[in-house]
Ligand binder design. Structure first.
Ligand code: ADP
Ligand code: MG
Length: 720
């Protein structure tokens, strides 16, 4: 057997169990112990300073120099008491991971630990090493990070981490957090105005988010033998295991011990960091799992998701495991997503997507529900683009994954409520009559989870008291899609507010005005609603008839960023100016090219240096065998047949790899980034990947298992 594979498999057999020890049997004893919480601040700051900082956190007030100095001093004392020596500004550049630059508290000149407010508030990392989509060359070379006090400071890996935004000196955003924060503000502004039609007491509305994170886990030693996993995060070759997903037994089965140990370990660490992890289970594919925290304010939830991924990666090392966050690490099996559970919650504690017993609140509920449907309807292409990546392209529309078509699922109860609302003619309310009754919305039954959650095939589903955006990729920074969702809802609510005002200006009573506008929206947006099987062929056909787009490839899906409609939307809500949007578009295209390029090279390398030599060696053995049989005067047809089959695949692999390399060479000369990315999609990926893989995977079945160099799917996926 190929030695590396053999050794790795032996190593896996001899793994010792690594168990996790929780600091206490009571989670409340250590939950958030690594977080500089508001309570922590209250205890250590003078009341006047505390009130300034809590005001800044809640209302976005300015933080003066003195306040910053006081907070810095308190946080330093707290950090030092926990044995921490360094601090860093923690930010989320457009590389897709998190970044940090560590500095020590220790001032060697003064001989003491120091931490000034200015160091808390601002830092200058070397911006040149992060993607900027051409912003840097047009403007100043430098960028800076600035403290985001709305997300708590925490200790990770013995370092004090200060959540920050990352912007160019000229103000352009270079990260994920900045547009997210701006979008939170945009949706707050629009939604408060809408809410005040119903309740004058509402002053602030915040999106909330709960992220269900799917991932695969494999042994670290096996991972190390697969250059494709190392370089591209996914297997470019590998035949389906005999026992794949067909039995669906993994989903209901118990979690393998090694994985459970790992889960317990990272959960403890997550809880210490204040990440409220709450559920864990197996997912559909073998080797696939899910973790979900309780929902939080969207900015915190986003930071927590990024942190959780870092944490899982780190803790996995201790368990000799490797976590795969790629959307489609294994062909033919379920891919991984990140279900984004999103809702809007008022400062009076009302979830605006919660149907209620009160008729007034139900009209409010329907308003936000219909506005969200309209937002998705009007900006479906933008929502699609927000989840576009080379990795997610492999998942969308494949096994057990939402298609690249955006649609909204509501469930039968709400569908009939909306139908009724739509069909009712212009309302005439006589004095004393109950309009809510007349509309049939006086009491929308509580939406039983079972009622809504049955359809798992929708990319954007209403699930009882929230929307669940399921098409987000498992590797994505959720700030991307969430900023888009926030801003399209903000924009729609703004339109709604204006439309209602307009109706009222025509003398309509407020409630009637609202209902009239809703009815219009329901009619206009019907094509985006779909209750059937989103995974089916029929839906793809039906969606096409409805004029919904089905863009399967990232560089094409990203075209929407070039439209005036998108540019104006982002500019109107001050999320991105035109330059920033162009820069993001460019970065996403660059990213795409890089990913496909790497995959293509890995394919070439593996095929030419590992697969072909192995198959040729084996073929030589068969030739010997066939000759021997012939010498003995025996029938050697079967052997000759296999030899021919192998030759055919070898031929096909060589030819296709050569042609693919030529295509890359040609594309690399193109300077227009969009043209190049599209070329990589059609002329490299679409033209060759499947063909090459087909032959390699056939060879895997033909060549003696002993000689096969790559660890096989069945060996990677069934952990004990
Ligand atoms: P599923 O059935 O899809 O697994 P759950 O009901 O278990 O869904 O919830 C999944 C996620 O949704 C959890 O993170 C949960 O905290 C979150 N969630 C629940 N209510 C809300 C809400 N109002 N806003 C945002 N997220 C929510
Ligand atoms: Mg879910």
């Amino acid at each position: 057997m190929a030695t590396l594979r053999q050794e790795a498999l032996k190593m896996v057999q001899n793994r010792e169990r690594v168990t996790a020890v929780a600091p206490s049997s009571k989670i409340s004893d250590y939950f958030g112990s690594q977080v500089f919480t508001l309570a922590e601040m209250k205890e250590s700051l003078a009341p006047s300073v505390y009130s300034k900082i809590s005001n800044a956190i809640e209302k976005g007030g300015k933080i003066d120099k003195n306040t910053a100095d006081e907070v810095a001093s308190a946080v330093k004392t707290w950090a030092l008491s926990k044995g921490v020596t360094h601090y860093t500004h923690w930010f989320q550049p457009l590389t897709g991971s998190t970044a940090e630059k560590h500095d020590t508290f220790f001032d060697a000149n003064a001989g003491i630990e120091k931490f000034k407010g200015s160091a808390l508030v601002q830092q200058e990392p070397d911006a040149s090493s992060f993607p900027n989509g051409g912003i840097r060359s047009t403007f100043e070379a430098r960028g800076y990070t600035a403290w985001d006090p709305t997300s708590p400071i925490f200790i990770f890996d013995k370092t004090l981490c200060i959540p920050t935004i990352f912007v160019a000196f000229t103000g352009e955003a270079l990260d994920y957090k900045t547009p997210l924060l701006k979008s939170i503000e945009a949706v707050n502004n629009a939604a408060v105005t809408t809410c005040q039609l119903f309740d004058r007491n509402v002053r602030k509305i915040t999106p909330s988010l709960g992220v269900e994170q799917e991932y695969f886990v494999i042994d670290r030693g096996l991972f190390a033998t697969r250059p494709d996993l190392i370089m591209a995060g996914r297997t470019v070759f590998g035949h389906n295991p005999a026992r794949g997903q067909q039995l669906d037994d993994h989903y209901f089965g118990s979690i393998p011990t090694r994985v459970k140990d790992f889960m317990q370990d990272f959960e403890v660490e997550a809880l210490r960091l204040g990440i409220p992890v709450s559920t864990r289970h197996n997912e559909v594919a073998p080797g696939q799992f899910e973790v979900a925290p309780l929902f939080e304010e969207i900015n915190k939830a986003t930071d927590h998701n990024q942190l959780l991924m870092d944490l899982m990666t780190k803790v996995a090392e201790k368990h000799h495991l490797k976590v795969l966050f790629h959307e489609k690490p294994f062909a033919g099996l379920n891919g991984s997503g990140k279900h984004n559970n999103w809702s809007l919650i008022t400062d009076t504690g009302v979830n605006l997507f919660q149907p209620s017993n009160s008729a007034r609140e139900n009209l409010q509920f329907l308003t936000f529900l219909v506005a969200t449907i309209k937002a998705v309807h009007d900006y479906d292409d933008l929502l699609r683009a927000s989840i576009a990546s080379a990795g997610n392209d492999w998942r969308l529309g494949a096994n057990e994954a939402p298609p690249a078509i955006i649609s909204v699922f509501l469930g039968s109860t709400l569908t009939s409520v909306l139908n009724e609302l739509e069909e009712n003619g212009e309302l005439k309310i006589e004095k004393g009559e109950n309009m809510y009754m007349k509309l049939g919305i006086s009491k929308i039954p509580e939406i039983i989870l079972d009622n809504t959650d049955r359809n798992r095939t929708s990319p954007f589903a209403f699930t009882g008291n929230k929307f669940e955006f399921r098409a987000v990729g498992s590797h994505a920074n959720v700030a991307g899609p969430m900023a888009v969702l926030n801003v399209i809802v903000a924009d729609t609510l703004k339109t709604f507010n204006a439309d209602v005002k307009n109706e009222m200006g025509k003398g309509k009573e407020k409630k009637i005005a609202i209902v009239n506008v809703l009815r219009k929206y329901i009619k206009e947006t019907k094509r985006i609603r779909f209750e059937g099987d989103g995974y089916s062929e029929e839906w793809a056909e039906e969606a096409q008839k409805r004029g919904l787009s089905n863009l399967k490839s990232t560089p094409f899906a990203l075209d929407v960023f070039k439209t005036d409609k998108s540019k104006d939307l982002f500019a109107r809500h001050k999320i991105f100016n035109h330059l920033e949007l162009d820069a993001r578009h460019e970065i996403m295209l660059e990213n795409y090219i890089m990913k496909v390029q790497i995959e293509s090279r890995v394919m070439g390398d593996l095929a030419l240096n590992h697969i072909i030599p192995t198959a040729v060696n084996y073929q030589n053995k068969l030739i010997e065998n066939a000759k021997g049989l012939k010498e003995l005067g025996l029938d050697n047809d079967a052997a000759v047949e296999t030899i021919k089959e192998i030759s055919g695949h070898l031929e096909s692999i060589k030819t296709n790899i050569n042609q693919m390399t030529d295509a890359r060479r040609r594309l690399n000369k193109i300077s227009d980034i969009e043209e190049k990315a599209k070329g990589y999609s059609t002329d490299v990926k679409d033209a060759f990947f499947d063909k090459i893989r087909y032959s390699v995977d056939k060879l895997e079945l033909l060549v003696d298992d002993e000689y096969w160099p790559l660890v096989k799917y069945r060996e990677m996926l069934f952990l004990k």
